[in-house]
Design a protein around this ligand. Structure first.
Ligand SMILES: [Fe+2]
Length: 479
C-alpha cells in the first residue's frame, strides 16, 4: 500500500511527510484517498503534509453529506433559542495549498490587532517600518515570530507585521520579561529603539507588553435566562473505563423532578473513546467499532428526557479531522441521535437565550501546560485564562494541537463569551475571568492505563450546573 501511494505521488512530483503517511494509514482506504487527491488537484504542494490530507478528506466527507438525501434533518436548529455565531461546519476553506498558512496567519494577525487597537494604548502604535526609522520611544502591534534566550538570560525576539520585521530585546529585569511571551502571539510592544554612541542600532528594547485580553466588566447586564445549564464532557463511550453505572445514575437524576430546571446540557467533545487514538488503545476498549461506539452513545442519549437540549462538539477522540477547527460530526453519525441532540464544530460560539457560550474541546491545554509555568494539567482553568488573555484558543502553532489553515482564523476569540467551556483534561473546575465564567467539564471515564502512565488524574462523574442569571454554580457528584 505504501509503495502504491509513494509512486502515485512521485508521478505528481511530490512526497508525503512522515506525519501525513501516518495519518493516511489510519484512514479506511488510503490509496483511494491519494488517487482522488491527485485527480482533483492540478498541482500538489511539496511535500504533502498531514493538513493537506485531512482537509481533503474533510471536504470529500462534506460533499457526500451535501449530496445525501434528507441531510438537512439536523441542519435546522430544533430550538429557536440557539443562534450560531461561529462554527466551521460546512464553511471550511482549507485547500491545503502552501498559501493557506500565510493567509491563515494574516487573518490571525489582523483579528488580534484589531482587538488591541480598541485599547487606549493601541491607538498610539505604529507599524514596524515606521518605528524602525529613528531612535527613541516607540510602540507597535506585532506578531512574535520567534524567541531565543541569550546566554545571560535575556530574550531576543523577531517581531513582524505586514510592513516588515525587527529584532526585539527583552531584558531579564524588565516587566515585559515576566509576561511569558509565546511564539505566534500578537502583542502591543512598548519600548525604545536603541541608539548606541550615536549609532542607530536596529534593535527594539521592549519594556512593556500588552495583550489583547478581555476587558473587566463589573456591571454586566443579567441575561433573561429562565433555566440552568449543565456541563459534562469526555464521556468516552466504548472505553472499558467508561463509568456506565454512574452514567445510569446521572440519567435517572437528570430525568427526575430535582433536575427539571436544567434546560441545556453542554458536552465539549469526546462522546466516544474512538480507535487508534493512543498506542494499544484496543486493549482498553469494550467496543472496538467506532460506529458501534456512537450507536451506544446514541442509545444512552435516547434515555435522557427529550425536552433537554443536548449541545455537543467533537474532541480529539471523535471521528472528524484532527486539525482544528474541527467540523461537527458527520451526518451518518448525527442521524443516530435523537432530535434534541445538536451538533456543532470545535470550537463554536453560540448564543443561548442571549448568553454567549464559547465551546472548545481543549487540546491546546496540553501545549500551554508544557510552555507556561502558571498552567498545569491539574488546573485547566489556568489555561483557559491564558487563552482569554491572548484571545486565542491555540496561541502557539506547531505544538501537539494541529491547526487547519483556514482563510479566517476560527480559533481567535473575537467576541468575549459569557461562558467559556472546555473539557479534554477530565478535571472538573469552575472559575471566573473578568466576568466570563470558565468551566472545565468533568469526564465520564475513570483513570485509564494510559493516563496512569502519564500521571493524569481525572475527576470523573461530576456535573457542573450553572444559573446564567446569577452565575451561581453547583457541582453534583455521582458515586
Ligand atoms: Fe477526553
Amino acid at each position: 500500500m505504501r509503495d502504491r501511494i509513494v509512486s502515485e505521488l512521485a508521478k505528481n512530483n511530490t512526497v508525503l511527510t512522515p506525519e501525513a503517511m501516518e495519518y493516511l494509514e489510519e484512514l479506511e482506504e488510503p490509496s483511494k484517498v491519494i488517487e482522488e487527491l491527485t485527480e482533483k488537484e492540478d498541482k500538489l504542494p511539496f511535500p504533502v503534509c498531514k493538513e493537506t490530507i485531512s482537509c481533503f478528506v474533510d471536504d470529500v466527507l462534506k460533499d457526500v453529506e451535501e449530496k445525501s438525501p434528507g441531510s438537512d434533518r439536523k441542519d435546522r436548529d430544533p430550538r429557536e433559542a440557539i443562534e450560531v455565531l461561529k462554527d466551521i461546519s460546512g464553511n471550511s476553506t482549507c485547500t491545503g495549498g502552501i498559501d493557506d498558512f500565510s493567509k491563515y496567519f494574516e487573518s490571525r494577525f489582523k483579528t488580534l490587532r484589531s482587538i488591541i487597537r480598541e485599547r487606549r494604548e493601541g491607538k498610539k502604535a505604529r507599524p514596524i517600518n515606521r518605528i524602525a526609522r529613528r531612535a527613541g520611544e516607540a510602540s507597535t502591534i506585532c506578531m512574535v515570530r520567534d524567541i531565543h534566550s541569550t546566554s545571560n538570560g535575556n530574550k531576543v525576539l523577531t517581531l513582524e507585521d505586514k510592513s516588515g520585521e525587527i529584532r526585539g530585546f527583552i531584558s531579564s529585569d524588565s516587566e515585559a520579561y515576566t509576561k511569558n511571551i509565546l511564539e505566534d502571539e500578537v502583542i502591543l510592544a512598548k519600548g525604545e529603539m536603541w541608539e548606541n554612541n550615536g549609532d542607530f542600532e536596529d534593535t527594539f528594547a521592549i519594556e512593556e507588553i500588552k495583550r489583547p485580553d478581555v476587558p473587566k466588566l463589573n456591571d454586566k447586564a443579567k441575561p433573561d435566562f429562565s433555566g440552568r445549564i449543565a456541563f459534562l464532557g469526555d464521556i468516552h463511550v466504548g472505553s472499558s473505563a467508561f463509568l456506565k453505572d454512574r452514567w445510569d445514575d446521572f440519567t435517572s437524576w437528570i430525568n427526575s423532578d430535582e433536575a427539571e430546571n436544567i434546560r441545556y446540557l453542554i458536552i465539549p467533545g469526546d462522546l466516544i473513546d474512538g480507535i487508534g487514538i493512543f498506542p494499544n488503545q484496543e486493549e482498553e476498549l469494550d467496543i472496538i467499532d467506532i460506529h458501534e461506539q456512537y450507536r451506544e452513545a446514541a442509545r444512552l442519549f435516547k434515555a435522557i428526557r427529550d425536552d433537554l437540549t443536548i449541545i455537543t462538539i467533537p474532541g480529539n477522540h471523535d471521528i472528524v479531522r484532527n486539525a482544528e477547527p474541527q467540523p461537527r460530526l458527520p451526518e451518518e453519525i448525527r442521524e443516530m441521535f435523537p432530535e434534541n441532540v445538536l451538533f456543532f464544530g470545535n470550537p463554536s460560539l453560540i448564543e443561548l437565550e442571549g448568553v454567549k457560550i464559547l465551546m472548545y474541546h481543549g487540546n491546546s491545554i496540553n501545549d500551554l501546560s508544557d510552555m507556561l509555568p502558571q498552567v498545569t494539567q491539574e488546573s485547566p482553568i489556568t489555561a483557559q485564562r491564558e487563552m482569554l488573555k491572548r484571545r486565542h484558543l491555540v496561541p502557539v502553532y506547531g505544538k501537539k494541537t494541529s491547526i487547519a489553515p483556514e482563510e479566517k482564523d476560527h480559533l481567535a476569540i473575537e467576541e468575549v463569551p459569557d461562558i467559556f467551556v472546555t473539557g479534554h483534561i477530565h478535571r472538573c473546575a469552575v472559575d471566573d475571568y473578568h466576568g466570563t465564567v470558565l468551566v472545565n467539564a468533568s469526564s465520564w471515564q475513570t483513570q485509564t492505563e494510559y493516563q496512569k502512565m502519564r500521571d493524569i488524574h481525572p475527576e470523573p462523574a461530576k456535573v457542573t450546573i450553572l444559573d446564567p442569571k446569577t452565575n451561581k454554580v453547583s457541582i453534583r457528584e455521582f458515586n
